[in-house]
Each structure stands twice: as structure tokens, then as C-alpha cells.
Ligand binder design. Structure first.
Ligand code: UAG
Ligand code: ATP
Ligand code: API
Ligand code: MG
Length: 484
């Protein structure tokens, strides 16, 4: 594609050189440059992409999109300056891939918890309703039945637009994607046209990246600020920040709620280990998902489907048959009927919700044993909080490692231990090795006891110092159950 077509509607400060130039590909990583590449220099959290401009040119880049022009410009190379290279790259990526988002019904879901659950339910629901669909999520990306591994909750703008174009080529009409707060701040969704946006909730997470809760709220709100007039903005009215999310949006505002008046109102009738019973728009429906928080996810999905002109009765029929995504309240039961639950709860709010659900479902005096850790190189403020919550709702707590990444696992556990109340009635054990921690939980459990293994859900690896070793909580539980 010609550079001038790639730059259509891209906000620029200056251009030096010809834009009548054929571009073979775009990248923001100098290591991936091939002849004829447009290289985008991005100031990152670790290094500055501007430092790699000479390397990119050496490898054959013929155009450079950057925020600061180099002191000496090389002949034969076109330089484009933009105030925000990441944002400019978003629009350029959309042009390069033929603006796929504008040809799809694309719905984005943002919020601290519930994004994967909501998009996965939407994807499965719309397929059941007869549409060809795409999914972009933490667990995996999917084009109909084809699974494409995902590395991020929301991919970078080049990967995202390439994925959307692929989905469009393969006949998809609807795409459901997660929009993380990192993605909004890093402009991964710049230039993407959404047909709708959903807000699930906001609680503390990612303060390592956003620094303050206000900045985190602002990041999520940024998604609704960019929605077009034609889109819907569907927010959870029971979240205190729901209103803030849509205060400046030009999109059509809609709400869902279990507690107050809303466009889509649900009433929780029953919540048991067998699922949820909810009244939705005067219809009484049974759902397979467990836990009060899933009533919100289901209601958001229902609302979005109705806003996309699907028949309410048909939506509820199909929705009632759907299962949760992998690693979300996933049960592994032992032959002795010990109930193992693997759940991706990696924030204080999610952990509290899951443990409250387990406590509510308790029928007699079964013990609750919680195995939990916190990720390294991530928000440290959640560590003591998650340990405190685990103690509040469990008989035994085994503090262990999640993905230590580049931190020392013992140091993360020290942070967690600070949250264990002095007078906690829970028995607390610390075992750095997650495999041993799960085995210990199984050795403590008797028939009907519940073991919650929290934090890693669907993940099939453990990241230790940048090396991803195979590790799967579900497999570990099964193995420990077998050993007895
Ligand atoms: C903190 C963060 O979000 N980092 C993302 C960011 O990387 P960065 O800013 O650290 O990049 P950097 O290493 O400083 O490099 C700066 C620039 O120099 C370039 N470079 C670097 C080296 C070189 O030799 N040549 C070169 O050109 C890099 O390609 C980059 O463009 O941009 C990269 C490219 O898009 C991302 O892969 C990377 O995600 C990292 C791996 C990550 O872990 N991100 C997590 C925190 C994340 O994004 N999570 C959210 C979900 C959160 C949630 O649960 O809500 C997600 O959407 O997945
Ligand atoms: N609506 C909700 N409100 C609160 N907690 C929820 C909700 N939905 C799910 N959870 C809890 O949060 C965990 C993560 O859910 P899910 O994967 O759907 O969220 P997510 O927003 O995609 O997370 P991530 O930011 O890591 O991508 C679940 O395992 C469950 O414990
Ligand atoms: N998307 C989240 C996932 C956290 C999952 C947890 N297992 C961890 O590693 O902290 C993040 O990147 O912060
Ligand atoms: Mg997710």
C-alpha cells in the first residue's frame, strides 16, 4: 500500500520525504523490519523505540513514524512526525488492513473483572444465534472454530487490525473483544470503530501501571469517550463508577442492573451450585453459571444482544445453555467428592466474590481451603489485601506463588503475609512451590470440602524469570486427587 494511503486521516506534525512510496509492512519492533517497512518508533516502559531507528533503516525500513525526528535525516527515507506515535500507528494500522472494524459489528468490553466471561458468552451466544463470529480475549482469540493463541488481553493495534481483517475475510459479521485499560492508554484501539461498548465494573488493580485509582478510572472511561454516535454504551448501573464511564460519550447510553431501575433489569431468584435463577424482562430463566457476579455478566450479555436487535426470548433460551469460559469457577471433583475449584480471581474483588459465592453455597460444615498467590511485576498493593480476604473466608489458607516473573517469590509472599490478620481463625501455611501447595490442600481436605485454587484459571504455564514452564492448576488438582 502507498504510504500516503496508510496516512489517511492520521494526525501528523511534519513529513520529510515522499509519501508516494510502496510500503510492504508496518512494525514497531526494529527486530522485525524487512525491506520496505514503515517502522514506528514508540517510547516504551523499558526502552525508547527512537533509539532503534538507525537499526530499522539498516534492515531496510524506508519510512519512519516517530515523535521526535532524528538530528540527521537519511536520504531515501521518509520521516513522519506525530505527537503520539502509538495513536498514529492505530489509525495507520486500520488503513493498512482496510479499516476492518468499520465493516464488522464490533463490541468491546472493559472493566476490572468479567471481561473474558462477557466476551466469551457473547461469542458463543451469537454463534448459537446463527452468526459468524470472532473473539479476542485473554484466554484465546478465535475465528469461528479456529483458535489463535493470545498473548495479551487486547493485542497491539497492528495485530488487532490484522486479526479483524482476517475475521472479516473469513466471513465474520460480529466480533467481541476485551478492552484492557493498558490498551486504552497505549492507544491499541485508536482508530478502531466499535458498534458497542460494555462496562462491567471497576475495582483496584494495575496501580503499578496507572499509579492512581483515578487514572485507572480515566483509562477505562477513555474507551467510552471514543465510541461513535451510532454505538451503544452499556454500563453496569450498580457499579458506583458506571455513570462516570459514560459522562462524556456521544454513544447511546444504556444500563443494566440487579438493584435499581435500568434499561435491562434482572432479579436474582436463586444462586446455587447448580447455577443461577434470574428474572430478566419478566421471564424466569435458569443459567449454568455460578455466583452472583455472573448474574451481572449474563445481564450485560443479554442487554448487548437485545441492543443488537436479537430476539429477547431466543437470546435467553440460548444463553441459559451456555457454560462459563475455561478457568472461571471450573470444577475438578475428586473420587471422594472433594470439590476443587480453579478460578482466575487475581484481584481482591474477584477473590472476595468467588469466596463469598463458595461460602453461600456451603450446605453444612464443609471446610474451605484456599490456595492463592499474587503475580510478580504487577500491582503490589493487592497482595496483602488478597491474603486478608483469603483468611476472612477460609478455614485453611495456603499462600503460594502465582507467576513470579522477575520478582523473588519469597518477597511477594512477604508482601502477602502483611495482610494476614493477627487474630485470624484461619490456619495459614506458606509454601512457595505451587505444586506442593495444591498437594497440601488436597491432603488437608475431606469429602465435600472445597479447595479454591485462585489466580491462574486457564493459564497453562508459570512465568519464572521470563521462562514459561508448563503448569496447569486443573492438572495439578487431578494429579493430587489421584495420589490421594
Ligand atoms: C507494560 C506494558 O503494557 N508493556 C507493553 C508495551 O511494551 P513496553 O512499553 O514495555 O515496550 P519496551 O520494551 O519499552 O519497548 C519500546 C519500544 O521499543 C521497541 N524495540 C525494543 C527493542 C528493540 O530491539 N527494538 C525495538 O524496536 C519495542 O518494540 C517497543 O515498540 O508494548 C508492547 C508492545 O505492544 C507490549 O507487548 C507490552 O506488553 C507487556 C508484554 C505486558 O506484559 N503487558 C501487560 C501488562 C498488559 O498489557 N496487560 C493487559 C491486560 C491487563 C488486564 O488484565 O486488564 C493486556 O491487554 O494484555
Ligand atoms: N462481573 C464480575 N464481577 C466481579 N468479579 C468477577 C466478575 N466476573 C468474573 N469475576 C471474577 O473475576 C475473575 C476473572 O474473570 P474474567 O476472566 O471474566 O475477567 P477479566 O476482566 O477478563 O480479567 P483480566 O483483566 O485478567 O482479563 C473470575 O475468575 C471471577 O473470579
Ligand atoms: N491480565 C492480568 C493477568 C494476571 C494473572 C495472574 N495469574 C498474574 O500473573 O498476575 C495481568 O497481566 O495483570
Ligand atoms: Mg480477560
Amino acid at each position: 500500500m502507498l504510504l500516503k494511503d496508510i496516512l489517511y486521516k492520521v494526525s501528523l506534525e511534519a513529513v520529510a520525504g515522499s509519501t508516494d512510496l510502496e510500503i510492504s509492512t508496518i512494525t514497531f519492533d526494529s527486530r522485525k523490519v524487512v525491506p520496505g517497512t514503515l517502522f514506528v518508533a514508540i517510547p516504551g516502559t523499558q526502552v525508547d523505540g527512537h533509539d532503534f531507528i538507525p537499526k530499522a533503516i539498516e534492515l531496510g525500513a524506508t519510512a519512519i513514524l516517530c515523535e521526535r525526528l532524528p538530528e540527521t535525516l537519511q536520504e531515501g527515507v521518509t520521516y513522519i512526525q506525530s505527537k503520539d506515535a502509538s495513536r498514529a500507528m492505530g489509525f495507520a494500522a486500520s488503513n493498512f488492513y482496510g479499516q476492518p472494524s468499520s465493516k464488522l459489528k464490533l463490541v468491546g468490553v472493559t472493566g476490572t473483572n468479567g471481561k473474558t466471561t462477557t466476551v466469551t458468552l457473547l461469542f458463543r451466544l451469537f454463534r448459537a444465534l446463527g452468526h459468524r463470529c470472532g473473539l479476542i480475549s485473554t484466554v484465546q482469540n478465535q475465528v469461528e472454530d479456529e483458535i489463535i493463541p493470545s498473548t495479551h488481553t487486547t493485542p497491539d493495534s497492528l495485530t488487532l487490525n490484522a486479526l479483524l481483517a482476517d475475521m472479516l475475510n473469513k466471513g465474520c459479521t460480529h466480533v467481541f473483544m476485551e478492552v484492557s485499560s493498558h490498551a486504552v492508554v497505549q492507544q491499541r484501539i485508536a482508530g478502531v470503530q466499535f458498534a458497542g461498548g460494555i462496562f462491567t465494573n471497576i475495582t483496584h488493580d494495575h496501580l503499578d501501571f496507572h499509579k492512581t485509582f483515578d487514572a485507572y478510572i480515566k483509562a477505562k472511561k477513555g474507551f467510552f469517550d471514543q465510541l461513535p454516535k451510532t454505538a451503544f454504551a452499556l454500563v453496569n448501573a450498580d457499579d458506583p463508577r458506571g455513570r462516570i464511564m459514560v459522562q462524556n460519550t456521544v454513544a447511546r447510553r444504556e444500563t443494566y442492573s440487579l438493584e435499581t431501575g435500568a434499561s435491562f433489569k434482572g432479579k436474582l431468584l436463586a444462586d446455587s451450585i447448580y447455577g443461577l435463577e434470574m428474572e430478566v424482562d419478566s421471564r424466569q430463566v435458569h443459567f449454568q453459571l455460578i455466583g452472583n457476579f455472573n448474574a451481572y455478566n449474563l445481564l450485560g450479555v443479554y442487554g448487548a444482544a437485545v441492543l443488537m436487535d436479537e430476539d429477547p426470548a431466543e437470546v435467553l433460551t440460548e444463553l441459559s445453555a451456555l457454560q462459563p469460559p475455561p478457568g472461571r469457577f471450573e470444577q475438578v471433583i475428586s473420587p471422594e467428592h472433594i470439590v476443587g475449584i480453579v478460578d482466575y480471581a487475581h484481584t481482591p474483588d474477584a477473590l472476595k466474590n468467588v469466596l463469598e459465592t463458595i461460602a453461600e453455597l456451603r450446605q453444612g460444615n464443609e471446610q474451605i481451603i484456599t490456595v492463592v498467590g499474587c503475580g510478580g511485576n504487577r500491582d503490589a498493593t493487592k497482595r496483602p489485601e488478597m491474603a486478608r480476604i483469603a483468611c476472612q473466608f477460609s478455614d485453611h489458607v495456603i499462600l503460594t506463588s502465582d507467576n513470579p516473573r522477575n520478582e523473588e517469590p519469597e518477597a511477594i509472599l512477604e508482601d502477602m503475609k502483611k495482610g494476614v490478620p493477627n487474630d485470624t481463625p484461619a490456619e495459614v501455611t506458606v509454601l512457595v512451590d505451587r505444586r506442593e501447595a495444591i498437594a497440601r490442600a488436597v491432603s488437608l481436605a475431606q469429602s465435600k470440602d472445597v479447595i479454591l485454587v485462585a489466580g491462574k484459571g486457564h493459564e497453562t504455564y508459570q512465568d519464572v524469570k521470563g521462562v514459561k514452564n508448563h503448569f496447569d492448576d486443573r492438572e495439578e488438582l487431578r494429579a493430587a486427587f489421584q495420589k490421594g
